[in-house]
Each structure stands twice: as C-alpha cells, then as structure tokens.
Design a protein around this ligand. Structure first.
Ligand code: GLA
Length: 365
C-alpha cells in the first residue's frame, strides 16, 4: 500500500462538520454461490455489521478521506487511478459516477466500519454502497437504488479489477436485515423472504483471508465462461441438459454441475424459508458445501475443518462456506436458541487444528 498523504479530513485542529451521513450493511449469502456471474439465482441477507460514511462536499476537486480502520488517503476527482489499496474503492466511485455523466466534485469524508475485511461478508460492497449513498445525497444525484448497485458493481469490476457478480451490491442496496433477498441476477427480479421464527444463523470467520481482485476468483469465472462457450450457451443459466456436460474436460464439467445444482438449491432454500423449515434448509447448506468443495473447488482445508467443527454443535442443522471462497467464513443454519457461547468449543477446536484465529460474527449474543 502507498503511504497515505493525509490522516484526517480538515486542517489539523479544525473540526470536521459532516453534511451527510450514509451507511451500508455487510451481507451473508445463504445460498447460490458463484451463480451470480452465471446469470443465476442467489439468496443473501444483511448482517448487523456495517460501514458508515460522513461526508461534506468541497468547492474544489480534492477528495480527502480519513478512516480509523483503513488509514487516510487523498485523490483528485477527475484524475482517479487504481493503486491497489482500499482508496481504490473511493476513486472507483467518483470515476464511475462521472463516467455516467453525474456531476461529482471533491469532498472530505470519514469512514468507519465494523465489517471484517476478507471474511467473505462483502466489506467491499458495504464500503462502495456507503460511499455512493453519501455522494448521491451530497451532490443531489438522480440515481435509484438498483442503478446505485449497478454503479458499485461496475466500479469494482472496471476500476478495482475484481470481476464480481451483482449479488453483493444489490443486497447492500435493496436488502433488509431479517429477510433474505431472493434475486434472479439475469433480470434483477427480486423478492424479500422473511426469516421465520425457526431459522437461526451462525456465522464464523475462519481467519483465512481472501482477496478477489486477484487470481482464483477471476479464474473460476473464466472457467465458467469457457464451459458456457464449449456448450454453446450464452451463460451457464441456460444449461438444462447435464448429459452434454460429460463431454467437457473434467474440471469444467464439475464447475457446471455445481452451478446448475446450486441454482436448484436456491429454489429449494426459498421453499424451506417459506415453510420455516430449518431441517430442510440445513440439508441444503450441507449439500452446497460439498458441491463448493468437491465440484467448484473453492474451499480450503481450514474452511472444511471449521465447518466440521460447527457441524458437531447441538442445534446446528447444516453449514456451508459462504462468499467468494478460498478462505472467509462458514454460515450455519441453527435453532434460534443457539448462542455465541454454544459455538465456543467448535471455535477452539478449529483454532487448535488450524492454528488460525476464528471470530464469531453471528449470533450477536
Ligand atoms: C463474491 C462476489 C459475488 C459472488 C460471490 C460468490 O462475494 O462478490 O459477486 O460471486 O463471491 O457467490
């Protein structure tokens, strides 16, 4: 990371008076992993963890951002460039808004967050949406919530260089805590499905970090595109005849099987949620994990160990890797009586086995 040029907005000793305040929540995906960039189905929900932005517009084009967690930074609006630090996300916002013809000038901002980075809960979408919401308000931009999500996705894909799908930005923009967002990424049709009284969630960060701007995630996406091309379909959403998949090279055939089955599991998970049936949802979680591990090849030995430890806990009905993979977190469906302290033995067993530090993100108490 480059050395940051400022550490706080405003001259030293001068109070920063924010004009707007905006925030966006992190998410956990309940089903539909690596389906969004294949025009498929997803089922994320919002976490209580969030990123907040306080912002005041300036009369010039300087953008100065302070953040306790990330450090500070500064750039010139209109001269944005990616330097591979967290500031890229802010530069990506103004660059993308301006490319769309929105009038954005400089600003002073302060960012704070309790969202863990690299834990598979989309700290990036929370940061982008919080910043974009603040900029929308500060500069009175005419842009609706769905367009804001699409802007965030383009910012991440085109500027930051992570070829992510639309799930995280959409749920950060139009999702709700206590409900899952059933989203068809092919046409952005969506429905909020309430999480019923029988559905509890546990979420544990493995302490194994991932970064999507690099290698493996983009590689999986490229494999899916190769497979679609070989099968003669625009996207893997269109694959309905799995017998043709056998003709593909084995690794590509496995990727396709995961995507097709995972889309089906989203539909089944929606039915389980509507029926408030934790047992059925748990079985789908287990099946999704096996598919991510064996067919999509995005799990790691640590993630598998954490999942197995959690699966031993009384009241846990099923558990799966969530998010982009290659590290991150495990989400479990559990009986609502399960508390943080009930996860302690599993957390400690995992830490002993892996030598990593795990953090319980849910339940909150
Ligand atoms: C990351 C991406 C999403 C999605 C998931 C995997 O979180 O940002 O778009 O592809 O990985 O389901």
């Amino acid at each position: 990371m480059p050395p940051w040029r400022v550490t706080a907005p405003g001259a030293p000793g001068v109070a920063f008076v924010p004009m707007v305040h905006a925030e966006a929540h992190a998410r956990v995906n309940l089903m539909g992993e690596h389906t969004d960039y294949n025009a498929g189905l997803v089922l994320p929900t919002l976490l209580p963890h969030r990123t907040s932005v306080e912002l005041t517009p300036r009369d010039d084009d300087r953008a100065r951002i302070a953040s306790e967690g990330f450090g500070g930074g500064e750039f010139v609006v209109g001269e944005e460039r990616a330097v591979h630090g967290w500031l890229d996300y802010a530069e990506a916002c103004t660059a993308t808004l301006r490319a769309d013809g929105h009038e954005v000038r400089g600003f002073d901002a302060r960012v704070s967050s309790d969202v863990p980075v690299g834990a598979g809960v989309s700290s990036s979408a929370a940061l982008l949406l919080a910043l974009l919401r603040a900029l929308r308000e500060a500069f009175a931009l005419a842009i609706d919530d769905v367009s804001l999500a699409l802007t965030a996705q383009r910012a991440e894909v085109e500027f930051v260089g992570a070829r992510v799908g639309i799930m995280d930005q959409m749920v950060a923009s139009v999702g709700r805590e206590g409900a899952a967002l059933f989203l068809d990424t092919a046409d952005l049709r969506r429905e909020l499905i309430p999480l019923g009284p029988s559905i509890g969630l546990a979420l544990v960060d493995s302490g194994v970090r991932h970064a999507h701007a690099g290698g493996s995630y983009n590689e999986r996406r490229a494999e899916c595109e190769m497979a679609a091309k070989a099968l003669g379909v625009p996207t893997l959403r269109e694959v309905d005849d799995l017998t043709r998949v056998d003709a593909l090279e084995p690794a590509l055939a496995k990727r396709v099987r995961h995507v097709v089955a995972e889309n089906e599991r989203v539909l089944e998970a929606v039915n389980a949620l509507r029926a408030d049936d934790a047992g059925s949802l748990g079985a789908l979680f287990d099946a999704s994990h096996a598919s991510q591990r064996d067919d999509f090849d995005v799990s790691t030995p640590e993630i598998d160990a954490l999942r197995e430890a959690l699966r031993e806990v009384d009241g846990i009905r099923g558990a799966r890797l969530t998010g982009g993979g290659f590290g991150g977190a495990v989400v479990a469906v559990c009986d609502p009586v399960v508390r943080r302290r009930d996860l302690e033995p599993a957390r400690r067993a995992y830490e002993r086995r892996s030598g990593r530090e795990a953090t319980v993100l849910l339940p909150v108490r």
